[in-house]
Ligand binder design. Sequence first.
Ligand SMILES: [Ca+2]
Ligand SMILES: [Ca+2]
Length: 387
Amino acid sequence: MKSFILWLLSHISHMNLRATPGRSLLGLVLVWFLCLSVGPALFSQSKRVTPEDFFTSGEAVLTGSNCFRLTTPNQWSSGGVWHKVPIDLKASFRMELKLMFGCDDIGGADGVVFVFMPYQGMEGRQGEGMGFSGLRPSLGIEIDTWENEHLFDPPEDHVAILRDGYVNHYYNLVGPNVIKNVEDCALHDLTVVWNHAEYELSVQLDGSTIISYTGDIVNEIFGGRSTVYWGVTAATGRYFNRQEICFDKIEFTMPLDALEFDLSTIEMLKRGKVMTLDEMKFNSGKIELLDRSLPDLHRVISFMKDNPHLDLAIEGHTDNVGSEENNQRLSQARAEAVAEYVIEHGIDADKIHIKGYGETYPTADNGSPDGREKNRRVDIYFFQPRS
Ligand SMILES: [Ca+2]
Ligand SMILES: [Ca+2]
């Protein structure tokens, strides 16, 4: 559907240049209608996480390919595992993990908290604090396995959504909700879903929704800051359990216009380095942009908006299938397709310089399908125009 819309957009923009006012009006109405029907452009990315994505605090240690022990089965143990890269609450996400709460139901403690907070490297209090108490500002999803009567804990294992490091249920956002015993030596599936459009945070344990909270977390808890770190903390006190976590999968649904190049790429681009847009590929003989090219295009657009003093050079290249002449035309048309998309998204056409190089600059062997795909590419670089 999206490629169809892009195709139509590119044809309509040609139409607007050449057609009568009546037809271009029809074009605009069509664009408006299509934009309404698809809603905001989104980009989904699903990622398996690896231990290198996290750092640990306290007594947490890596124990398997994707698992960490958070606490030892000893008194006053605590540990945390934190994702190194923050997430943006302006985008929706889904995280799948597995938690082990220990083997001792009657005498085991204290529980695990899934935490969002704007700072890295802080540790909350042990025991009933579960490594979360004292972290502020913060949002926490607790799975508490020990009843502390003065905190209004129910006697059963329970879940609640907490804020600002307060583990007392008098101050919680939602809960406490009683759940079945989880101190059974087994790994339990925990899924945390943030629906940015609905402001809804929901939590599933072993496939059932156990708690959800709807609220403007960014403004009400983090004072307008949407970029936060996330991690999991756990602790023991006078009573204890071995508590573990295994990470499985993180899935992000970013609005396209929230995408940016990473910092090292931005530095490289500012220095004028030529970059091949890895995802900017084309089907053989075709000029239409593929859906998977859009995230990189939006990174280019966002870079240009942040660096208005720089111009953009777009260079199209092809493989060696077909005649040289045809490839020359094709490479020019591909560079133009990229330019059109960027211009449609608010970049001044005067700042864009396009050139097609045909098949003259291959970067890979045209003898293999992989090599040919690599050669059907678009290179870009930014430069300071002469005034
Ligand atoms: Ca229990
Ligand atoms: Ca407790």
